[in-house]
Design a protein around this ligand. Structure first.
Ligand SMILES: O=P(O)(O)O[C@@H]1[C@@H](OP(=O)(O)O)[C@H](OP(=O)(O)O)[C@H](O)[C@H](OP(=O)(O)O)[C@H]1OP(=O)(O)O
Ligand SMILES: Nc1ncnc2c1ncn2[C@@H]1O[C@H](COP(=O)(O)OP(=O)(O)OP(=O)(O)O)[C@@H](O)[C@H]1O
Length: 580
């Protein structure tokens, strides 16, 4: 296998193997395989045996300061430290394998599965040892997409850029809630004052703040008139854009965009509650005692530990074979051969009999800086509204609701997520009486516990890193990239995943009174710093949301119901109900 090559699987290819010489080419040719490759044969064990004597210098480069996966067909190696690498999941940019301890498939004969690997490391003298199997981890490998960094780059930017953002200490007393979540949950609804025209213009009318203006386009005078634009309209918008660039001016304190004024009213007068007639229920969780021994010291506790691993080229080949075996993708999967590195991460998957895991992408926890002033939706809800029925998220919550601390709104969302995770895990007995305890505990985690703190921290960092919006060029170093590193980091934190583990057995039944979110823990995943090369696509997305009316349209067909609706839409409804 040559430097610059990649292995691709195209199941429909005819030729079993077509090796190409890809050195130095921009788009290196690929090895195409139809059938699984034959397992490589390693006749000699490449580790120290039980007597401590090294009896083989392996046929791979000695890995230093790192560990290395390579396949094995040796019974001895497999029994002493073999692991299986099973396909677990994939995202747009990475493939994830679960590391499972090796087990006999046949007691009489050694019949290695194709994906039997050993994990080796070297000491200072270059002696190679078999590393005890690391079965509580997953192996994550980049697919090598154009805008995706190598594993080394990912780890480097994680250490230098991401980690410092989480070095802030966690509060040791109850969280001081943000404006979006400083809710008086017991206060009855009060009538909001009508937005004073002097404080802010009527929806859609002109003001100095035209954060929603693209080129010559002005927001229309009545938000109820907003509809997603036709293709022809979109073309007109595009044409107008070519004449003038997007303008981004920023509101001073007394020039807040309308959506923000309405949202502030919602938080202030309705106590942030979507259903105003509802009083707090007995099962609404009290705030967690954040000074308990379970408190984390800093927000860094929510980060996973990363470890680089190198992969022999045979290993990469067999991982691709594993993907074929599992029928992973109908189209092409590529794993770049030249990288031959992966990242070991803690395995956050559900573990039957122990915990269930739900995965949540909190997305944009504050409105986009570029949203029109009369936006009816937040950025995430606007994007979701723009999606076809097929592409919409099956279980959804507005990020601003998730952040709000309102247990009534968060609970139904978490309930759905947890039920799906339980069913996927196959522990259907958890759907019985235990379920409400599991849901309540997870709700408490997000409504008032550490999940709430983490979301607030993520929101703050997203806002601090993106102060001027996606069209701003002022922070860009001349001639280099057309988007700032800070914005790339903000976009990374808008795309991170929360892996929330909820204990489901054992001491979980005897929960401390003062800790309603007992047994719930979370780590953040996918913190690969985004490539500035994505800037054009981010701008295109934002422009599309603005010009096609996805932020502002009040079309019935776009409405989501109850807790699925956007918090900003809920605020508008309440405002208009009380200030017709
Ligand atoms: O644009 P968004 O907000 O939909 O985010 C994309 C994600 O869509 P989502 O809404 O989370 O399903 C998208 O996630 P999926 O592939 O849909 O799971 C990616 O994370 C994408 O980032 P990248 O191209 O892998 O760097 C994400 O793209 P960017 O973060 O670069 O915009
Ligand atoms: N540490 C982990 N433990 C368990 N499962 C994981 C872990 N990391 C990732 N996964 C699984 O693999 C999937 C893809 O991982 P990841 O989100 O890192 O890939 P990605 O390509 O960066 O995603 P995206 O499409 O969001 O860019 C996740 O959705 C999750 O199901």
């Amino acid at each position: 296998m040559l430097l610059g090559e990649s292995v691709a699987v195209e199941k429909m290819q005819d030729a079993p193997i077509i090796p190409d010489d890809g050195i130095g080419l921009e788009n290196p040719p690929t090895l195409r395989i139809q059938n699984l490759p034959p397992p490589p044969t390693y006749l000699k064990p490449s580790f120290r045996d039980n007597n401590g004597t090294e009896d083989h210098v392996p046929d791979m480069e000695k890995p230093r300061n790192t560990i290395c996966f390579r396949p094995t067909a040796s019974h001895l190696e497999a029994t002493q430290g073999g692991v299986f690498l099973d396909y677990l999941a994939e995202g747009a940019a990475n493939i994830v394998f679960k590391i499972r301890p090796w087990t006999y498939l046949n007691h009489d004969r050694f019949t290695p599965k194709l994906n039997t690997f050993v994990c080796c490391s070297a000491d200072d003298l270059g002696h190679i040892y078999l590393t005890p199997c690391i079965t509580d981890k997953v192996l994550r490998i980049s697919k090598g997409n154009v805008n995706t960094g190598t594993c080394e780059e990912i780890i480097d930017s994680f250490e230098k850029t991401i980690k410092p953002l989480f070095h802030k200490p966690l509060p040791i007393s109850a969280p001081s809630m943000s404006s979006a979540s400083s809710l008086n949950l017991t206060s009855p609804i009060r009538t909001p004052e009508k937005i004073s025209p002097s404080a802010s213009p009527a929806p859609g009318s002109a003001s100095k703040y035209d954060g929603g203006r693209i080129g010559k386009q002005q927001v229309t005078s009545n938000p109820k008139q907003h509809q997603p634009h036709t293709e022809q309209h979109a073309q007109e918008q595009e044409d107008s854009q070519t004449e003038s660039k997007p303008i981004q001016t920023h509101p001073s304190e007394n020039e807040l965009p309308l959506w923000e004024i309405v949202l502030n009213h919602f938080e202030k007068y309705a106590g942030g509650r979507l259903y105003s007639e509802r009083s707090p229920r007995p099962h609404d969780a009290p705030a967690s005692d954040l000074s308990s021994p379970h408190s984390c010291a800093t927000y860094a506790e929510f980060l996973m530990s990363y470890q680089t691993v190198s992969l022999s080229s045979d290993a990469v080949f067999l991982l691709v074979a594993e993907l074929v075996n599992k029928g992973v993708r109908k189209d092409t999967v590529r794993i770049p051969m030249h990288q031959q590195t992966g990242i070991l991460l803690p395995n956050m998957s559900s573990k039957p009999g122990h915990h269930i895991t739900i995965e949540i992408k909190p997305k944009w926890l504050a409105q986009s800086r570029d949203a029109p002033k009369d936006a009816y939706r937040c950025r995430t809800c606007a994007l979701e509204a723009s999606r076809s029925a097929r592409d919409k998220k099956p279980v959804y919550i507005c990020p601003l609701h998730l952040l709000s601390g309102d247990a009534d709104i968060i609970r139904p969302y978490l309930h759905k997520k947890l039920v799906r995770a339980i069913m996927r895990m196959g522990e259907n007995e958890l759907l019985g009486p235990q379920l409400s305890a599991i849901v309540n505990r997870t709700t408490a985690y997000f409504a008032s516990g550490q999940g709430h703190l983490l979301l607030n921290h993520l929101r703050d960092v997203q806002q601090q890193l993106d102060t001027r919006g996606i069209f701003d060029m002022s922070d860009v170093r001349h001639g280099r990239l057309d988007v700032s590193d800070k914005l790339c980091t903000a976009m990374t934190l808008r795309d991170t995943s929360m892996y929330i583990q909820v204990k489901v057995h054992g001491e979980y039944d005897s929960v401390p009174q003062d800790q309603p979110d007992y047994g719930v823990h979370c780590k953040l995943g996918d913190l690969d710093v985004k490539n500035p090369g994505k800037a054009a696509s981010w701008r295109e997305k934002e422009t599309n949301l603005i010009t096609k009316g996805w932020y502002t349209s009040r079309s019935e067909g776009l409405e989501r119901r109850d807790h699925e609706q956007c918090r900003i839409s809920a605020a508008w409804k309440l405002y208009e109900e009380h200030c017709p």
